[in-house]
Structures are given as structure tokens and as C-alpha cells.
Design a protein around this ligand. Structure first.
Ligand code: FES
Length: 138
């Protein structure tokens, strides 16, 4: 499922120009993002953490299909957050409904890194897909 939210501008997104890595926790799986291969799919913004996670088989719940209309894709960007697009007010509104919201919180469907640094992304333990499906095989 995919689509876009007409209330979001997406104007501050700077897609990556070089390869970078994302380490997903707690499964400690590292993936390399090659901008030449983006977008991977249509789940969330092109090149978003959710888009990348889905491509590499990393389960993150995304009840609204990646259009910033829920908070189930909530993740913590532990490192490299400064290289990501600024969250819009609409995303902050959704994050306010997410459990465990911190300054590291982002909606993975709306968070696009510019590739200037590697990221460390933690998927909350209460993520429904992670709890239901377990860790992906390596
Ligand atoms: S999947 Fe619903 S806000 Fe990201």
C-alpha cells in the first residue's frame, strides 16, 4: 500500500547523492543504501527509512501505508538524525500520539536522510510487526 499525503509539502527533502548505511536495532542489521537504486518501493516517502526497511525485509509496522496518518512506523533515529529532513508539523502531530516519543523520534515513512552520515535506527520494542513476526532471517 502506498500513496502520498496532500497536506505535506516535502519541500525540505534532499535525497542522498552517495551511498550510506543504516544500522537497524535491535536486530543489528546493517544495510547499504545506494541512491542509484532509489526509490525501492512506494511505502512512505521515496528513500524514507520505511521505504528502505521494507526493501531489505526489516519489519516496521505502517498501518496507514506511509502517508503520515498514523504513528505505527515510529522509530528512534539514534545517530545521524541531523542528516534527515526536518519533520513537518503534521508529523509532529502524529508523533504526539506515539508511545515513548522522544527527541530522537521520527515517523520512518517521513524521514529521508541525505546520506552525508550513516544512521542508527532503533525500532521500538512495541512495534506490532516486530512483536508479531519476530526478527527477519539474516
Ligand atoms: S506509516 Fe502511518 S505515519 Fe508512517
Amino acid at each position: 500500500m502506498g500513496g502520498s499525503n496532500p497536506y505535506l509539502s516535502g519541500s525540505e527533502i534532499k535525497p542522498p547523492k552517495k551511498k550510506y548505511k543504516i544500522r537497524f536495532m535491535p536486530m543489528n542489521k546493517v544495510v547499504e543504501v545506494d541512491p542509484a537504486q532509489l526509490p525501492f518501493g512506494d511505502t512512505g516517502l521515496s528513500g524514507s527509512i520505511l521505504d528502505i526497511a521494507m526493501h531489505f525485509g526489516i519489519p516496521i509496522d505502517h498501518a496507514c501505508g506511509g502517508v503520515c496518518a498514523c504513528s505505527t512506523c515510529h522509530v528512534f533515529v539514534k545517530e545521524g538524525k541531523e542528516t534527515c529532513n526536518e519533520a513537518e508539523d503534521f508529523e509532529y502531530d502524529m508523533l504526539d500520539t506515539a508511545p515513548g516519543n522522544t527527541i530522537e523520534s521520527r515517523l520512518s515513512c517521513q524521514c529521508v536522510a541525505n546520506g552525508e552520515k550513516d544512521l542508527v535506527v532503533e525500532i521500538p520494542g512495541w512495534n506490532k510487526n516486530l512483536a508479531k513476526e519476530g526478527e527477519p532471517s539474516k
